[in-house]
Design a protein around this ligand. Structure first.
Ligand SMILES: Cc1ncc(COP(=O)(O)O)c(C=O)c1O
Length: 458
């Protein structure tokens, strides 16, 4: 590109703030199935389902676009402080019909806009529940190091994603954390199953240390996404957590922002452990990214306590329960049902994981993990010692950029070792991806891996 053209491009980009500063991004003009096309006609395979686990049903599904249009023609916004709307009511029923365990047909959903506000509403609900059931000292929420729950100041105090919380430290309540369930680098230097799930049992120690009269909730992702790179909790983990929560009267909040809606082979990820949580925060795949929407789903009993106060649930935002987004979510969920995408995620996920494991032949790939269609890999400098790369080398970011050059979208993340060190990649294509398309993706990853390995290992 000559300098004048480049200057024009940069001037056009400047007024909108991007996630990156230095390069103009490809402008996407069309998307269909698992592919996206930019303004120059270059095709990209979507290996991260939009941006980190969103577009579960694939891009450009006509029935979703129709549902959006039909609803938009009727009404786009109905002030939530005085009105209800049809799609919201239908969505409430649909969510209840897929809720896990004893929550099925025994829960209510609060519809918001983002995963972050779903988490925020979840912790508000836990707090309100105890305020109104005679235990007002219960307020704290225990989280996990290297877990992520969203991007507002309050939630930064609950999650354990160092990069996204450290600069805001003086601005939030810094809630207690326990170590992650991360077998590849066990925080207790033990091996599953001989460890007797010490990482889960640590919750009991933390509650006792903090005083159970102070603890309202524990929050965790069934499979940790951006903070660990698709690490599922080991079998038995959430059963132990549930038991501890019950014994100490602590609410279990599961963050299903990434894992919900079929992503790991279940409607909700927590079902893989056979556990019913008290509250679920979910978003992303619920509308497959066609429009913004989130949900805070909780047991009937919890909402009843708030209802009995006679006051509204003071949370959420102006655009909550948006009729167009609710209509989209209804159609997306129907599409998942109709095309058996939950089962497909489980089956195709096995194929994806087995193909990704072939990449372990590269010296810089230390671990490949995942559940269903939520997979990831971890880069290491030394496979034997698991020594991570110097963060300055930006190995994961390099891979993401090189893969994008070759027409594959991946999602890079960092900090799995200790919040600072450690490079990972999330591989989470739309659930509709075919075997052939997975093969195409692995081919690009293989090519990219060769290039990156030659750059960072000398
Ligand atoms: C597990 C998890 N929880 C919460 C969030 C926050 O969701 P949102 O970006 O929609 O606010 C994210 C976002 O990536 C996430 O991965």
């Amino acid at each position: 590109m000559d300098t004048k053209v480049m200057d024009d491009v940069i001037m056009r980009f400047k007024p909108a703030v991007h996630r990156f500063w230095k390069r103009p991004a490809p402008i996407i003009t069309r998307a269909e199935g698992v592919y996206l096309w930019d303004q120059d006609g270059k095709r990209y395979l979507d290996g991260s389902a939009g941006s980190s686990v969103v577009v579960n049903i694939g891009h450009g599904v006509q029935s979703v676009i129709d549902a959006m249009y039909e609803q938009a023609r009727k009404v786009c916004f109905a002030a939530p402080h005085v009105f209800s709307n049809e799609p919201m009511l239908e969505l409430g029923q649909l969510v209840a019909s897929h809720a896990p365990g004893t929550m099925r047909y025994n829960c209510r959903s609060w519809f918001g806009c983002t995963g972050t506000d779903a988490v925020d509403s979840a912790v508000r609900l836990a707090r309100l529940y105890y305020v109104h059931t005679g235990k007002p000292s219960k307020y704290a929420v225990i989280g996990r190091w290297r877990g992520f729950h969203g991007n507002n100041i309050a939630v930064a105090g609950i999650h354990g994603h160092t990069l996204r919380r450290r600069y805001y430290y003086p601005m939030y309540v810094n809630f207690p954390k326990i170590p992650p369930a991360y077998c590849y680098r066990c925080p207790f230097e033990k091996t599953y199953p001989d460890c007797n799930l010490k990482c889960a049992r640590q919750l009991e120690t933390e509650i006792r240390q903090q005083g159970q009269e102070n603890i309202a909730a524990f929050i965790a992702e069934p499979v940790v996404g951006a903070a660990l790179g698709a690490v599922p909790a080991p079998p038995g983990y959430f059963e132990v957590i549930r038991d501890i929560c019950d014994r100490y009267d602590v609410k279990l909040i599961v963050d299903e922002v990434m894992t919900g809606w079929g992503r790991i082979g279940y409607w909700f990820g927590i079902e893989a452990w056979g556990v019913t949580p008290d509250i679920i925060a979910t978003a992303k795949g619920m509308t497959s990214g066609y429009t913004p929407l989130s949900a805070t789903i909780a047991s009937e009993e919890m909402w009843q306590v708030v209802e009995d106060t006679g006051h509204p649930f003071l949370a959420g935002h102006t655009l909550n329960e948006n009729p167009v987004s609710c209509a989209v979510a209804v159609e997306v969920i129907r599409y998942v049902e109709k095309h058996n995408l939950v089962e497909r995620s489980r089956e195709m996920g096995e194929y994806l994981l087995s193909r990704l494991k072939e990449l372990l032949e590269f010296d810089i790939v230390g671990d490949v993990r995942g559940k269903g269609m939520m997979c990831g890999l971890e880069f290491v400098k030394d496979k034997k010692t698991k020594e991570p790369f110097d963060p300055g080398l930006k190995v994961a970011a390099r891979f993401q950029a090189e893969a994008l050059e070759r027409g594959l979208v991946t999602f890079q993340c960092t900090g799995c070792v200790d919040g600072v060190m450690g490079d990972m990649l999330l591989i989470t294509p739309p659930l509709v991806i075919t075997r052939e398309q997975i093969d195409e993706m692995i081919e690009i990853m293989r090519e990219t891996m060769k290039v990156v390995q030659s750059q960072v290992l000398h």
